[in-house]
Design a protein around this ligand. Sequence first.
Ligand SMILES: Cc1cc2nc3c(=O)[nH]c(=O)nc-3n(C[C@H](O)[C@H](O)[C@H](O)COP(=O)(O)OP(=O)(O)OC[C@H]3O[C@@H](n4cnc5c(N)ncnc54)[C@H](O)[C@@H]3O)c2cc1C
Length: 509
Amino acid sequence: MTGFTAPTDDILFSLRHVTGATAVAAWDDSLSEDILTHFAQFAEGVLAPLNGIGDAQGAQLVGGHVHMPDGFGDAYAQLAEAGWQGLQAPERFGGMAQSPLVAAGVSEIFSGANHAMQMVCGLVPGAIETLLNFGTPHQQDCWIPRLASGEVLSTMCLTEAGAGSDLSAIRCRAERDGDHWRLNGEKIFISGGDQDMSEGILHLVLARSGAVEDGLKGLSLFLCPAGSGVTVTRIEDKLGLHASPTCQLSFNGADAELIGAEGDGLKAMFTVMNHARLDVALQGVAHAARAAQIAEAYARDRVQGRRKDGSAARLSDHADVKRMLQEQASLAIGARAMCHLAYVEMEKNERPDLVSFLTPLCKVFCSEAGIRSADLGIQVLGGYGYLNEYQLSQVWRDARITSIYEGANGIHERSLATRGLKGPGSDQFADMITELGGKSECVMTELSEWQTWRDELRASDAPEKDAHAFAQSTAKLYFRACWKKCSLAAGKHPDPERIISLASFVLNS
Ligand SMILES: Cc1cc2nc3c(=O)[nH]c(=O)nc-3n(C[C@H](O)[C@H](O)[C@H](O)COP(=O)(O)OP(=O)(O)OC[C@H]3O[C@@H](n4cnc5c(N)ncnc54)[C@H](O)[C@@H]3O)c2cc1C
């Protein structure tokens, strides 16, 4: 098995030289490098060795409580002790107040090392941001320090048996009880709905405070601490992410506090969800990079077949294997740049419509890139790829959920082709592609064809039927433009020839 090595050089290349993170006010170059290097060591030494153990043991529900696999509690204690849970939280709440750009690098490394554990810890930054945007000063003082210190982990409770993609069907009821509220109902598929790593759990619950006929407008967001009135009724047996407990939760008069305004639940929840969507895109990048790493190492060593001169060949000598390895590596680097650009735009806060346009594109493309790279990796390893021994099958199983949760990809594609074309976001996207592509002929020709299609869809009565093809084509244009920018910046990478060769693979195919 190939041990996990964090792709720190590639992450720094992307942030510094491809996506312009250094121009963002909050970016501190040497500190960011130190943070990423430090976290990479922790991920390689502590988190990654637990990945296979977590897959084999899984989380278990015993006597109504979830037990995490061996070693997870100890690793979490180290994570919290080092302050990683508060990386982005403001200093006044005990956090490190670091930029979301460096946090994006940390999150990718975390997912590459141990996606299941990242799932349980990774909703905290979104919860903190929601509290900062919508919480009362009392709610902020009560919860943010505990989330930042790692004392408490958070969940995001949306899904119900009858409400998956369609949240307007949520039935979990919220009723006023003096200053507080009582929640009654069932939530399913809640990641980290219970675990034994943190002292407490804060559930962020979307529940119905208005009438069923009010649809989405009748939903409000609530803070509900685990404990009284919340029970875990089952955990799911699933394809991958065995160490991430996917819980069914029953709320029986659970004590809750409203966060934000009544009826504005979806608006408040979108803060967590937007954060989580880009985080899922980074999970895709992490899987693409990890699968490429395993396949490259194997193909370099495995002797099979003959070279033209009759000497023994390695797998990596064969043109078809090279093609697969190049596709894997190019997916990881290009998809990462797509995400980082979205984060840079978010931080600059000058083109919010562009961020809304890029977020579903990143979610769709990067999640599929992770799955595709894992699938190619299995093919590169042949029969050994299908075994558990090299961990590629785990990468594929863990990656597979990313195109389903945080909004199934089909839903994001539909919203891109409908709502996404209404505001100025798609025009700003065209400007961004021009900037990235350095006005190169290949990118400009594709952009002009894309703009014609976009205009047709804007005028269409039924854009939904072309939504998949349009979103895929838009994402491919974005990916290729990012690669054009990578090729222009190749000289700044520690291995420029690799970047030039991969850029040529992408841009000439
Ligand atoms: C491992 C795991 C972890 C999860 N973690 C969480 C969590 O922490 N919190 C939480 O709240 N939820 C969580 N979920 C739930 C997840 O977000 C949902 O599974 C997802 O939103 C899809 O809902 P669904 O499964 O009901 O599928 P459905 O909504 O039934 O959709 C099934 C398919 O139909 C398509 N579809 C549905 N409606 C439409 C439409 N109107 N137009 C076109 N296509 C449509 C979808 O794109 C999808 O491909 C998790 C799920 C899993 C498996």
